[in-house]
Design a protein around this ligand. Structure first.
Ligand SMILES: Cc1cc2nc3c(=O)[nH]c(=O)nc-3n(C[C@H](O)[C@H](O)[C@H](O)COP(=O)(O)OP(=O)(O)OC[C@H]3O[C@@H](n4cnc5c(N)ncnc54)[C@H](O)[C@@H]3O)c2cc1C
Length: 397
């Protein structure tokens, strides 16, 4: 049996590609290596509903809690800053198992055939069509979408993108503690079943890292992301950074008595499209597979969905690689990620994240103590600061 489009991966990006192609009347097959969509991404994330709604029907989207408060925390040896912000846009903390299943179901409802427990291993070109090799046999398709996430083995196999290197990778680790709904509400001072909270953290000890905390219905997810090269240079393990994060911000008290439900580790690419190719003669890549994630704010699901939908459209309309790349760059969220990459490289790769962390906490401390003279020591970073402001401006303007 031959398909019009074969999609590898039933994550947010793959389901967006499948839905778009199936809605256009294509015969679509989606391959997922896990027993069900989302099972390889069990615990959740914070998503912007407006980005999901660009492709999917969000009436009835399963969510854990709506984020009413985002707590920003900065910490360095100079002190700590805590700012509570109240998002104007709708942010949801979701369980990936339920969320990914919900998205994938929409693709199935549109006519996609989903086959789980099947891993794509490679792709062979056979004249005008492709043969996708899996651990359960081979399937033929006219077009292929690679939406296999960050650890994109097929994409690396066929040479559409490079292998990871420690200098372009962030290592993330995450834990989920179950506490029960009442305890979650009490400990985070939340009302009702659906009011939620998230934390974003930048800290410098024991190494520079970004941390997060998401509150679910009856549990709490905590994690950190650290540049891989930093871990190698400092001979540290990611869980040591996570441990330090939990102690430093009193999280171990907040989850005390809870049961550890999940411990997972994942890599986040720091590089990607457009330096990485997004297409190869009828094969289109999307989402984390081409690094469409902002590692500073852990936002990847929206860009994965938007780029997946474009890959689906490219398969239907037989776009060439130039057109696909142009269409990707036309999307604000994707353009922003790619244009901010030089800044991310400076902040994570060259260590400026901890310089600014210290700078900002020092400003706060100097202001509180009424002596601003200590800030003169930062005179030398002003040119770099201006350069980074311009890079930021170039990315978002
Ligand atoms: C710790 C951490 C926290 C994060 N927090 C957030 C957050 O709060 N908000 C946010 O927006 N983003 C967050 N992200 C990023 C987000 O998880 C990703 O950007 C997003 O999941 C990318 O979607 P995707 O569909 O491209 O890939 P994935 O979600 O990784 O999906 C890929 C799918 O393909 C399947 N697959 C892989 N290889 C094969 C194969 N060979 N054959 C068949 N199936 C295959 C996998 O099983 C998986 O189901 C976080 C990432 C990490 C690591």
């Amino acid at each position: 049996m031959k398909f019009d489009v074969i999609v590898v991966g039933a994550g947010p990006s793959g389901s967006a590609a499948s839905l778009t192609a199936a809605k256009a009347g294509m015969k679509v097959l989606t391959l997922e290596r896990g027993p069900e969509p989302g099972s390889k991404n069990v615990s959740g994330a914070m998503v912007r509903l407006s980005e999901v709604a660009k492709v999917f029907d969000v009436n009835g989207v399963p969510f854990e809690r709506e984020v009413k408060r985002v707590r920003l925390l900065l910490s360095s040896e100079k002190g700590d800053i805590r700012i509570d912000t109240y998002p104007k846009t709708k942010l949801l903390n979701v369980s990936r198992l339920k969320f990914d299943k919900y998205l994938s179901q929409q693709a199935e409802n549109a006519g996609t055939l989903l086959i789980t427990k099947t891993t794509a291993l490679g792709i062979k070109k056979e004249g005008e069509y492709y043969r996708v090799i899996t651990d359960r046999g081979e399937i033929e398709g006219d077009k292929v979408v690679l939406a296999e996430g960050a650890n994109a083995l097929v994409s690396m196999n066929i040479g559409i993108r490079p292998e990871f290197s420690p200098t372009n990778t962030v290592q993330a680790v995450k834990e989920v503690y179950t506490l029960g709904k009442d305890e979650v509400n009490k400990r985070f001072q939340l009302q009702g079943d659906t009011e939620g909270e998230s934390w974003r953290v930048i800290a410098s000890d024991p190494v520079p890292y970004a941390g997060f905390l998401y509150v679910y219905k009856d549990s709490v997810s905590i994690g950190v992301g650290v540049p891989m090269q930093t871990l190698i240079d400092k001979k540290m393990r990611p869980y040591e950074v996570l441990d330090s994060f939990e102690k430093k911000f009193g999280i171990n008290e907040l989850v005390k008595g809870g049961s550890l439900r999940e411990y997972s580790a994942k890599i986040i690419p720091e590089q990607g499209f457009p330096e990485w190719k997004s297409c190869m003669d009828g094969i289109y890549s999307s989402g984390d597979a081409i690094g469409l994630i902002n590692p500073l704010v852990f936002n990847g699901i929206g860009p994965a969905i938007i780029s997946g939908s474009l890959a689906g459209k490219a398969s239907v309309e037989n776009w060439d690689c130039r057109k696909f790349a142009l269409e990707l760059m036309n999307v604000k969220e994707i353009r922003e990620i790619s244009k901010l990459r030089p800044l991310v490289k400076e902040l994570l790769g060259k260590g400026y994240l901890s310089v600014y962390d210290e700078f900002l906490t020092n400003i706060a401390e100097s202001w509180a103590s009424g002596d601003l003279s200590e800030l003169t020591q930062y005179k030398e970073i002003i040119p770099t600061l201006l350069k980074h402001v311009l890079l930021l401006w170039g990315g978002i303007a």
